[in-house]
Design a protein around this ligand. Sequence first.
Ligand code: BDP
Length: 697
Amino acid sequence: MAARRNMLRAATMALLLAGTAPARAEDGYRLWLRADVPAGPIPRVTLRGDGATLRLAAAELSHALPAAIGGVTLALASDPQVTALRLPTATLGDEGYLVRRVRLGQRDTLLITGNGERGLLYGSFALLRHLATGGSAATVALASAPRVKLRVLNHWDNLDGSVERGYAGQSLWDWWTLPDFKDPRYTDYARANASIGINGTVLNNVNAKADSLTPRYIAKAAALADVFRPWGIKVYLSARFSAPIELGGLKTADPRDPAVAAWWKAKADEIYRAIPDFGGFLVKANSEGQPGPRDYGASHADGANMLAAAVRPHGGIVMWRAFVYADTDPEDRAKQAYSEFKPLDGKFADNVLVQVKNGAIDFQPREPFHPLFGAMPKTPLLIEFQITKEYLGFATHLAYLGPLFTETLDARTGRGAETVADVVDGIAEQHALSGMAGVANIGRDRDWSGSTFNQANWYAFGRLAWDPTLDAAALAREWARQTFGTDPRVVEPVVGMMMASREAVVDYTGALGLAHVMATGHHYGPGPWVSDLKRPEWNPVYYHRADKQGIGFDRTRSGSDAVAQYAPDVAKRLADPAATPERELLWFHHVAWDRRMSSGKTLWDELVAHYDRGVAAVGTMRATWERLRPLVDAERWGKTATYLAVQERESRWWRDASLAYWMSVNGRALPAGATPPEHDLAWYKAQQFPYAPGHPE
Ligand code: BDP
């Protein structure tokens, strides 16, 4: 009782110090959409025309706009009164918006216009964002159109409610009570996505069960599609390539077999009867045990094109993943996707996008950009990021991924000034399709993403999918203002924490280009010593190749020659350890522990310094957050503070375990002044986490 009273008192104190009591519980449910219904008169929102999406836009505005904004009008660019204004709406496409103060008819009004209803919805959210981030109501003038067409979340949600690599509770989709019960949360999910421009969602895990294509599950997906539709969000399904065998009783799933193609065509027709605007299929084929066209000697293009033909009459698309590597292939895993897909450039149907992970291995805390970007100019490449933090401390660690996303998007492919973002938006190649996918970090947790700061990763993904040239720090600031209010005493330190956070994770888990050094299966915590797994490329020792003399994977000519997959300029730079950025050094080179680094330290000393820097950075985040206690609501402050304490403890664990292992390999002492690991290596190796989330056994 006394403890409870003390907590209450602390919470009340925090509110008093903050000066304002939050109008509602700050449990994170409202995400970045926290504008309360303003007191006083409601601004006049005039809706010219009608439509489900327009009505949603009008409702958003009347809920949250301050009266001071004056009258607001929502009208399509085709409205005669708007046409008469001759506004520059031609370049807005279907989804862009323009927000301007104009004289419409006989009245001064703030006009939100665009060529389609979705544009007006996005424009409404953009206006609310502008105001919530401190923008002026008087001088507002906004215009934007998405640079990327398909802005898609990939849910790795299983039909039993578990989420592969999900750290925010069970799946949001209650498959069991669908299609009858449409949980209001589905609407809130769609609204949050619409507010940042996400326009598609793949409902089920890429490791797909054929059952999701049965009539029962199609009806469930259709119910979700009905909820999402007015918010501008299309539904897609992951398709199991062998479904014609499992559901259709065929003997084969060979894409060249007419009976197989006919089965998929009939299946697509059936789906479109239930979901007329169904987006299409996402496919993981011939990867990590999934069936695919290679099982029959057919190519990935054969498989993708067969499915593309099935959805084509309905305007559907296929997102075909390039994340393939095979246990039968002795080639460096980092090279396999390129080797398989590059020769297929130009062979895909025009409603296929090849979905390529940001890096060539697997969503590591840092990866050089995937060499397929820039190498398949005839094919739209849809970039895939992981928003859920499988390799960056799950939901507990604070790691803002904006800098990870932009590091890849801003990377130069080596073809003129082209960046990965340029490849993704497909504008130069005049691709009809372009896309960005993010593996969702959303679950049934009250705060959706497992922590307040994880929401920023969902947010930044959506905003970057809209415009991949946006700046990570600017997005952090935008998010922080909407999430915590515009007080710079909160916003600036929060942005500082966010911007340093991902690098901290890189530092304490393994810097300088190390990758895939985590524990097996659940991927939580360190495991650089693991060497006994069945497939060579599942073992961390395969990636770091540490021995007495040195560490790192030689991907130059003397090694796997993966560098040759990059454009000549980039390949040349990466072939030379002296020209390779130090942050990627061990990804491309096996170098001596004594190698001199630019700091003047040896590689070994430098690596130790990175581990220490990572742990220290978490300490700094904790101290910053501690100072924010009086300025942030008690609930969100408290959970974040607790998680930061966990992160600090676990960053030490990562550092100590890794150093204990490296020392066992290189036989070196720690540099003077460095703290020895708390336990011996055997202790770290003995740690087990049988019920870690996101990895159902
Ligand atoms: C890996 C995950 C695995 C996914 C796979 C994928 O560990 O659970 O199935 O990516 O993207 O990183 O298919």
